[in-house]
Design a protein around this ligand. Structure first.
Ligand SMILES: Cc1cc2nc3c(=O)[nH]c(=O)nc-3n(C[C@H](O)[C@H](O)[C@H](O)COP(=O)(O)OP(=O)(O)OC[C@H]3O[C@@H](n4cnc5c(N)ncnc54)[C@H](O)[C@@H]3O)c2cc1C
Length: 382
């Protein structure tokens, strides 16, 4: 006969897990969080200072409920932490009228009646002269777009959780998750050596490491190496949140995304569909980047944002965890009845992290989740 260590544990304290810990603690439950590194570390998917926050989502109208819920919770976390985490500076989406960027964004805007403004080619050129655009490019302005602080957000959520009574075990790696006498048995190794734990339920928010912990999942999850690249600017104000903001730009065969120069960081630019290699072992994905990896991004920047210094580049390796439909996987998988999966997969999960954590905490405590999770079922592939 073993004893119950706590009714709930959260495995992995990155973007989704730190929020799940906070939201579970806010519900008054005894919860233990496990992280193999320390919250805000650079070895997963959530480092690099900032992530884009968007409400008029190219990913589809089904994400707007999550984004709105996430925005409310980012604000609540700002109150709890006393620091600015989400800056809604607005953003501009640029591309051909019938390309692959603007039609899905306009569908989302229409479905949720979101505030926006359309810009002609001439208006874009006068309002955003920093961009070089093709003739016929149109723009959509979204005031609900901005930047969310990455490491600061994770650390704020963990601090808020601890303040509400959560326990946190850092430097503790989960080795196995199995059915247990009280629900779920978890084996870990950390500063005190190997240990076996008994929990009622666990929330698994292990990002790129999820398939290793849950090999029977029917949703295929493949980590891929991606890059974070910042470009130097001679005028941080001209490329700052107020005058440049966030952008998405479909041009030259790519969907490019970018965040303004902020808090000493240069302008962050990425190419969403740059071919990226699979990562066989997420623990072996190097932070260091070979310049050949960012050469194509620099060429795009030289063409489309010519005032930036395409040779003044800072780059870090990172990971997306892709699913075949690039959708999240949130819910209780049929193969793991004691587990709530909180996988904000693909390249767009950070903004939603507070909401993903909150719905995961709700599911773990048998509450009705505040957002429709049907599109994100972990069993949608089998
Ligand atoms: C280059 C890049 C740009 C992006 N841009 C955006 C953007 O603009 N907007 C946006 O919304 N999203 C963006 N994303 C996506 C977003 O960053 C991810 O969706 C999000 O960070 C994923 O969070 P996560 O909690 O699932 O994973 P992570 O934050 O990686 O968390 C998983 C955690 O689990 C821990 N862990 C794993 N296994 C174990 C174990 N066995 N034991 C203990 N701990 C364990 C890990 O150490 C890690 O801390 C981007 C991603 C990348 C890579």
């Amino acid at each position: 006969m073993t004893s119950l260590d706590a009714p709930l544990a959260v495995l992995g304290l990155g973007a989704a897990g730190s929020s799940a810990l906070w939201r579970a603690a806010a519900r008054g439950v005894d919860v233990v969080g496990f992280e193999q590194h320390t919250p805000g570390h650079p070895h997963g998917s959530s480092h690099g200072h900032s992530r884009l926050f968007r409400t008029a989502l190219v990913e589809g109208p089904q994400y707007v409920g999550l984004a709105r819920h996430a925005q409310r919770l980012w604000r609540e976390l700002e109150q709890a932490s006393g620091s600015e985490l989400l800056t809604l500076c607005g953003g501009v989406f640029l591309g051909p009228e019938n390309g692959r960027l603007l039609p899905p964004i306009l569908e989302t805007i229409q479905a949720h009646d979101l505030p926006h403004e359309r810009l002609t080619t001439t208006q874009i050129r006068s309002t955003y002269p920093q961009h070089t655009i093709d003739e016929g490019t149109i723009g959509v302005l979204d005031p609900g777009t901005g930047v969310v602080r990455a490491e600061a957000g994770i650390q704020a959520a963990v601090r808020a959780a601890v303040g509400l009574g959560a326990q946190v075990r850092t430097g503790e790696r989960i080795l196995a998750v199995e059915p247990g006498e009280h629900g779920v048995e978890v084996r870990s190794t950390g500063p005190d050596g190997e240990r076996t734990w008994q929990f009622g339920r666990v929330i698994i928010a292990a990002g790129a490491w999820t398939p290793a912990l849950l090999p029977e999942l029917t949703v295929p999850m493949q980590p891929r190496r991606t890059l974070l690249t910042w470009f130097g600017t001679p005028d941080a104000d001209r490329f700052g949140p107020d005058r440049f903001g966030v952008f998405l730009h479909e041009a030259d065969g790519y969907l490019a995304w970018g965040a303004p120069a902020l808090e000493g960081h240069g302008v962050k630019v990425g190419l969403h569909d740059l071919p990226v290699p699979d990562v066989a072992d997420p623990s072996g994905n190097p932070l260091e980047v070979d310049p050949a990896e960012w050469a194509e991004v620099a060429r795009w920047v030289a063409r489309r944002l010519p005032e930036l210094d395409a040779q003044d580049v800072r780059a870090e390796g990172c990971m997306y965890t892709g699913t075949p439909d690039e959708a999240f996987s949130i819910g209780i998988p049929a193969a793991y009845p004691g587990v709530v999966l909180a996988a904000a997969c693909s390249g767009h999960g950070f903004k939603h992290a507070t909401a993903v954590g909150d719905v995961a905490a709700a599911l773990a405590l048998d509450e009705e989740p505040p957002v429709d999770l049907a599109p994100f079922s972990p069993d949608r592939f089998g």
